[in-house]
Unconditional design. Structure first.
Lengths: 261, 256
């Protein structure tokens, strides 16, 4: 009799825990967003977060995009050559990169770099009383720590993805022209003839959403961390894992909304 | 009769099943220093955090200058609490900012000074806690424990608060540095005419910085008196605690 009761109790605890987590996250997100629009504003902190999320993530995102474009061209060639469809490589590369791989891979890389750093910084501030100290110095921690990061995430990710798109296409171009025998002119004409504005814009919209998610999960997990070094480590791991899962899940939902008519 | 600067009545706070504060009554008169002592986990920090607004009590009254901060509007409560300066146990300096920005953080947040004047103001306040002007440009991580404590004290006094809280100000310092910090605290509080509440386990420190003392035990204030009577009190709880006796009415939760 005890075994099934324990199972029900565990299931109930899981459901309650999930509901509590979602509720806390929702309240945190609404509070953070509302502080973006209410003074005082902290332009220096927004700039610092932009540099942290955007500029310092540029090398890793650029390399990821470049190699992804190169691999995509190579893989497409080996597959499509069986059907004499090599001419589709350019459009496959540009559409895959702008619509899907650019935002998703940039999101995952930035989540691992900047999202983890955010959670670690805020988590350390929490366990060393720095967040409480902010409150005692007439400063709202949500406004000072969270709002600038949320805004910076929404701005920085589309900029990064714009650059990633260009580098991804460049990667495909390099492999196709240097290794696979395409002429540069033909490749570029093929690339741009199949590319539409909405392909790029949809990728940038996805990037803005992913940027928000990365900052939100980084701040949320760091802000409520407790228990010293172990707690901060746990918060950092949670920030990356939850942001990565949400990016992949939201990618499907956004693709459904943006492309399926 | 003079109105207490801080008046607390029936303050209760529980975390789950654990009652941390179980009806605290405490008066702190203007311009006096109150030292709160009690064992680890007796609710001293929760009491201070409740007054500052970092913890929301379950019930009770916290009055500052006769106004209940728990019933005041959010804006008014923020105004009342803006007159509080706090020295955290580990300093809680912002490690992403240099010392001068740490010291003037509250003043800049309240728009009391311009950013261009902040560095000079920081150097002036740092001098009051015995630190040279070259410290202003350093990062908190470059400072020793004692210097960090002084910078944290400088940050707490920079906005000349009417109320000051000190959370274990001498913890982690050697006895000489502890005495120096206590001396600075007394100087600052006297110069500003502030009302202060300090939490400490250090009896020598308690007697140096406090005028009055209160002992927390089982979620309540079990004794109040003059700080210099702490070591001579006949109250069995205070006597056991201040003399560090293993046996007496206070039972530590030890599993053997």
């Amino acid at each position: 009799m005890k075994f099934p009761l324990n199972m029900v109790a565990a299931l109930g605890a899981l459901v309650l825990g999930t509901v509590e987590f979602v509720g806390e996250l929702g309240i945190f997100a609404i509070s953070g967003v509302s502080h973006i629009f209410r003074p005082p504003y902290y332009p220096r902190l927004i700039w610092r977060s932009l540099m942290e999320i955007g500029f310092y993530s540029l090398p890793v995102v650029a390399l990821t995009a470049l190699f992804t474009g190169m691999v995509l061209a190579l893989q497409s060639y080996t597959g499509f050559s069986r059907f004499n469809a090599e001419s589709a490589i350019a459009s496959i590369v540009v559409l895959s990169v702008t619509r899907e791989l650019g935002p998703v891979l940039a999101g995952l890389m930035v989540s691992g770099r900047a999202g983890a750093a955010m959670a670690a910084e805020l988590g350390t501030m929490r366990v060393t009383d720095q967040i409480d100290a902010l409150s005692t110095l007439s400063t709202d921690p949500m406004k000072y720590l969270v709002a600038p990061r949320l805004l910076a995430g929404v701005i920085a990710l589309p900029l990064l993805v714009g650059i990633a798109d260009i580098l991804g296409v460049m990667g495909g171009f390099l492999v196709s022209t240097e290794k696979l025998g395409f002429t540069p002119g033909t490749y570029l004409i093929s690339t741009f003839s199949h590319l539409q504005v909405e392909d790029v814009v949809s990728g940038l919209i996805k990037a803005a959403v992913f940027g928000f998610i990365i900052s939100l999960m980084g701040c949320f997990n760091g802000y409520r961390s407790k228990g010293g070094a172990q707690g901060v480590g746990g918060a950092t791991t949670s920030a990356v894992v939850t942001a990565s899962i949400l990016i992949l899940a939201l990618d499907y939902i956004l693709t459904q909304v943006l492309f399926v008519k | 009769m003079t109105q207490p600067k801080i008046r607390i009545r029936g303050l209760k706070k529980a975390f789950g099943d654990k009652k941390v504060l179980d009806g605290i009554d405490l008066d702190v008169m203007p311009g006096t220093g109150m030292v709160v002592i009690g064992g680890s986990g007796s609710g001293k920090s929760v009491l201070i955090k409740s007054i500052i607004g970092l913890v929301t009590p379950d019930s009770g009254v916290i009055e500052i200058d006769g106004e209940d901060v728990l019933k005041a509007s959010r804006g008014r409560a923020r105004e009342l609490r803006a007159q509080i300066g706090m020295l955290f146990q580990n300093g809680a300096l912002f490690d992403s900012l240099p010392v001068w920005e740490n010291v003037t953080f509250g003043l800049l947040a309240q728009n009391k000074i311009r950013r261009s004047a902040a560095r000079d103001k920081a150097i002036e306040v740092l001098a009051q806690v015995g630190l040279a002007d070259n410290v202003a440009a350093l990062s908190p991580s470059e400072l020793s424990g004692g210097m960090q404590k002084r910078v944290a004290l400088a940050r707490a006094i920079a906005s000349e608060p009417a109320i000051m809280f000190f959370d274990e100000p001498t913890t982690g310092l050697d006895p000489i540095m502890g005495a120096v910090i206590d001396e600075l605290i007394v100087d600052c509080v006297k110069r500003l005419g502030s009302t202060s509440i300090a939490i400490t386990h250090d009896m020598a420190s308690a007697q140096r910085i406090g005028d009055r003392a209160a002992m927390l035990y089982e979620g309540r204030v079990c004794w109040t008196g003059a700080a210099d009577e702490l070591l001579t009190s006949t109250d069995p709880v205070v006597d056991q605690f201040t003399h560090g006796r293993a046996h007496g009415p206070i039972k530590m939760a030890l599993r053997r």
